[in-house]
Design a protein around this ligand. Structure first.
Ligand SMILES: [Cu+2]
Length: 141
């Protein structure tokens, strides 16, 4: 229970820190825990830059993956993880992928080009099975 209160407090601090900035990009803070995304459903506009802040408050490494999505202007700040990515062939790559170590925060910028609903998942082995999935909804105005 105490952990939950502390986590909520940190989240509120992050939110208030972001509120002062006025940037054209859509800014969303995503919290990664063992083993879920909060919020688990993200809605973003098509053809507009998005800045995702990926905050891992869990005790193990997690990542943010969208396997197939039409995107441009991708800038990923990554922890440079070497973990095995589930279901991934040698040399293949996900369209969006940011790994985040326990207690770390990374960012991901991108612009989505095609409206639709895309699956988000954590590619660390066993985490999809543990329920670490979400959805990214790209909407036209
Ligand atoms: Cu995970």
């Amino acid at each position: 229970m105490l952990h939950k209160i502390i986590a909520l407090g940190m989240f509120a601090l992050l939110l208030s820190a972001c509120a002062g900035a006025s940037k054209p990009a859509t800014e969303i803070t995503l919290e990664l825990t063992d083993f879920s995304y909060t919020p688990s459903s993200l809605t973003i506009p098509v053809d507009q830059p998005v800045l995702l802040t990926i905050n891992n408050t869990g005790l193990v490494e997690h990542d943010f993956v969208v396997e197939k999505i039409d995107v441009t202007d991708v800038v990923a700040q990554d922890s440079g993880s070497e973990h095995h990515m589930q279901g991934m062939e040698e040399g293949a790559s996900y369209d969006l992928h940011v790994a985040t170590g326990a207690g770390q925060t990374n960012t991901l910028q991108f612009t989505a080009l095609e409206p639709g609903t895309y699956k988000i998942f954590c590619s660390v082995q066993g985490h999809i099975e543990a329920g670490m999935i979400g959805e990214l909804i790209v909407v036209s105005e």
